[in-house]
Write a protein that binds this ligand. Structure first.
Ligand code: AP5
Ligand code: MG
Ligand code: ZN
Length: 219
């Protein structure tokens, strides 16, 4: 199953992807995580990407398309993958379609997670992420057992630099202007599955499994 998780910053794409990995046994491909790793390691790509990311802007299409093209051609993606945070522009969506076509593949479902703005800001301002395994937490909604330490791997938790309020507002604007058009784009292709992202993490996950099952039965 080849899936896309679409949604604004803080909608829960990363959180849900982690649950889906266990259930579906296919890898998560988060362009945000890959870019942050490059920034941390100060690779040429990371140095270029940093200036966009810290402003809440999108990294140029050619960079992220190259990353995804390389990543989905790896062996572990043969039975499927979960794209988290890609595509984010129509140009990225079109490039993805061409790459997949050349591999004899296609996207099965685009899961679009909807959460309103005030809630997104609350979620991002309390987010903590594991430095080691990227597991996500929230200081109120989803706290780790031991403050500052990852439940899964014992790694140290940190707050993302782009989760400062001004940057969050810019990221939300960027989403509205550049990524929201993808909702219509995928609706027209009849693979859009819209999900209510409010409520408990497990509840949202249940909604995702439900649309995926319905999707599978329909085929
Ligand atoms: P990226 O890392 O993709 O960030 P994003 O899209 O802004 O999304 P987030 O990771 O902030 O949110 P999420 O939906 O994963 O939420 P999460 O599950 O963590 O991108 C970062 C930057 O990289 C971009 O700004 C851009 O510069 C660049 N970039 C990346 N991809 C790109 C691309 N394709 N093209 C160009 N540039 C690109 O949840 C958030 C918080 O809420 C957590 O604390 C979590 O515990 C909590 N939470 C989750 N679900 C619930 C719930 N149901 N109830 C309560 N709390 C919840
Ligand atoms: Mg994320
Ligand atoms: Zn961890």
């Amino acid at each position: 199953m080849n899936l896309i998780l679409l949604g604004p910053p803080g909608a829960g794409k990363g959180t849900q992807a982690k649950l889906m990995i266990e259930n579906l046994n296919i890898p998560q491909i988060s362009t945000g995580d890959i870019l942050r790793e490059s920034v941390k390691n100060e690779t040429p790509l990371g140095i270029k990407a940093k200036s966009y990311m810290e402003k809440g802007l999108l990294v140029p299409d050619d960079i992220v398309i190259g990353i995804v093209e390389e990543r989905i051609s790896r062996e572990d993606c043969r039975n499927g993958f979960i794209l988290d945070g890609f595509p984010r522009t129509v140009a990225q969506a079109e490039a993805l379609e061409n790459v997949l076509k050349s591999m004899g593949k296609r996207i099965d479902h685009v899961i679009s997670i909807h959460v309103e703005k005030d809630e997104l800001i609350k979620r991002l301002s309390g987010r903590w992420t594991c430095k080691n395994c990227q597991e996500g937490y929230h200081e109120i909604f989803n706290p780790p057992k031991k403050s500052g330490i990852c439940d899964k791997c014992g790694g140290e938790l940190y707050q993302r630099e782009d989760d400062r309020e001004e940057t969050v507002r810019k990221r939300l604007q960027t989403y509205e202007s550049q990524t929201m058009p993808l909702i219509d784009y995928y609706r027209k292709k009849d693979i859009l599955r819209q999900i209510d992202g409010r409520g408990e993490i497990k509840e949202v996950f249940g909604r995702i499994l439900k649309v995926l099952n319905i999707g599978q039965e329909a085929r």
